[in-house]
Write a protein that binds this ligand. Structure first.
Ligand code: FRU
Length: 507
């Protein structure tokens, strides 16, 4: 019963079997979104890394393909990226068709065991058949290790502003920028980050790209930077920086600086399960979106979560939009519009529309037998009456065993929160559900908006049109079958609400 095992996510990508961590090499080419990923096929725990591979026409429905890259004498294949070399700068094109070129980290475990420091280097490989088969470059590595133990996760892209390939590399506590003309010879251009952002752990998996400020002609550069441990709610997480790029140096935006001083950081997601996420390369200009996917887990417990045949899932694909807010530039994250393909159609019971009403206590939303709350999308807008400044409003999933998961908004604290402390199987790690995960609300709109996607084992909250995001996973011992809206400590005015049944992508 592949893809229907206990805890198997129904609207998210996961490998058919074996272990998965970071998404890698995401690139769009000839109608296909490629997703490669850190993969160990022989076990459901991390091991010698391969690049697993799947493709999709819509980022929602996935086809598994054979493993793309296997470890070799230079090492395991760690995280990295891929591009289409449209101008054939590398000379890898064939029959007038551009090559797909991947760059990844070679991790030499044998050298590491010997106590050496230079066991991570960068190698490239190319494909002339839409990523189906790969040839490793014979002169690998293309970036040698200078004697630094954390030297990995190259994310490259074509910089059409400065006409060059650029690459961001994770190096211990900072990011190095490298440039190239041909993808084979790389020059170290600059460093960023030692004195900015969170530093509770090692910096990993950077992404670096220009992005238009929504509604303007202005462009800024974004650096995504995963960190493990040291994230806002514990363990692994992703922070980001906004600034400018002169072709060599990343210059932090002045208004952004106060938010990333003294170990402070700006987080892409306040949940604990969105790590190592990066964006797709080569999205056609006429589309123009900046599309992101993350690994929906956390190194604190990823290898112990209670799934058997496979371990780990990806987040929903998301679009990143840069907005100018009162606090300065901020990334807003929303699920891609293709998530509309998930909607179950044709049955009036599948969509529940709620009229404006004042809530106090619980409203049971489990509408009809046959409705599956853990395969649903909720859109809720609500306001707090003047006298209800202590209201806690939450959406609760629960089962008949008394296990539950809640995600909501706490008016007194002015934060959204995710609570999996009673969510079922917590035994696999004492750090999984030790506390509720808060996410400060930054929007000042009177109307509070929550868009939620529930799957069998995860919740993704996009609040205030993507201004605040919380992604968390959970493992009830039997599926959650009840859905409730609950207002505690005061009232809430539900302005609008809908509950949409979604359908599995694994038929
Ligand atoms: C991040 C990471 C990367 C590394 C990969 C190894 O989760 O640690 O830095 O390349 O996983 O699988």
């Amino acid at each position: 019963n592949l893809y229907h095992e206990k805890h198997r996510e129904q609207i998210h990508f996961s490998p058919s079997s074996g272990w998965m961590n970071d998404p890698n090499g995401m690139v769009y080419y000839e109608g296909e979104y490629h997703l490669f990923y850190q993969h160990y096929p022989k076990d459901n725990k991390w091991g010698p890394m391969h690049w697993g591979h799947a493709v999709s026409k819509d980022m929602i429905h996935w086809n598994n393909l054979p493993i793309a890259l296997y470890p070799d004498s230079l090492g395991y294949i760690f995280s990295g990226s891929a591009v289409i070399d449209w101008k054939n700068t590398s000379g890898f094109a064939k029959n007038n068709r551009p090559a797909m070129v991947a760059i990844f980290t070679y991790h030499n475990a044998a050298e590491e065991k010997k106590g050496k420091k230079d066991y991570q280097s960068q190698g490239i490989a190319y494909s002339n058949d839409k990523g189906r088969t790969w040839t490793k470059f014979k002169a690998n590595p293309v970036i040698k290790n200078p004697g630094i133990s954390d030297f990995r996760d190259p994310k490259m892209s074509w910089d059409n502003i400065h006409n060059q390939w650029i690459l961001a590399l994770a190096v211990q506590d900072h990011t190095e920028f490298w440039t190239s003309k041909n993808l084979k010879n790389w020059e170290h251009a600059s460093d960023f980050g030692k004195e900015w952002g969170a530093h509770g752990g090692v910096w990993e998996c950077p992404d670096f790209f220009p992005l238009k400020v929504d509604g303007t002609k202005e462009t800024k550069w974004i650096l995504l930077k995963s960190i493990n441990p040291g994230a806002i709610n514990g363990g692994s997480g992703t922070q980001y920086f906004v600034g400018d790029f002169d072709g060599k140096n990343f210059i932090l935006d002045e208004k952004f600086k106060p938010f990333v001083r003294n170990n402070e950081a700006v987080w892409l997601d306040y949940g604990r399960d969105n790590y190592a996420g990066v964006t797709w390369s080569d999205i056609p200009a006429k589309d123009g979106r900046r599309l992101f996917i993350g690994w929906m887990s956390n190194w604190q417990y990823a290898q112990n979560v209670p799934t058997a045949e496979w371990r780990s899932t990806s987040t929903l694909p998301r679009e990143l939009v840069l907005k100018s807010t009162e606090a300065g530039y901020r990334l807003f994250t929303n699920p891609v519009k293709e998530t509309a393909l998930l909607k179950e159609k044709g049955d009036v019971h599948k969509l529940l529309t709620l009229q404006e009403q004042t809530l106090e206590g619980a409203l049971d939303l489990t509408p009809k037998p046959g409705f599956t709350p853990t395969l649903s999308e909720l859109n809720l807008s609500f306001e707090l009456p003047e006298a209800s400044q202590n209201t806690k409003f939450r959406v609760e999933l629960s089962n008949d065993k008394g296990e539950s998961y809640s995600v909501g908004y706490d008016a007194a604290a002015n934060h959204f929160f995710s609570d999996r402390t009673q969510s079922g199987d917590l035994s696999f790690s004492d750090r999984f559900a030790a506390k509720v995960h808060p996410a400060p609300r930054t929007s000042r709109n009177k109307t509070i908006e929550m868009r939620l996607f529930f799957d069998v084992a995860s919740s993704e909250l996009f609040a205030d049109k993507g201004e605040t995001v919380i992604t968390d996973i959970f493992f009830p011992t039997t599926d959650f079958t009840h859905l409730k809206l609950i207002a505690e400590g005061g009232k809430v005015i539900l302005k609008k609400g809908s509950v949409q049944q979604l359908k599995s992508i694994w038929k």
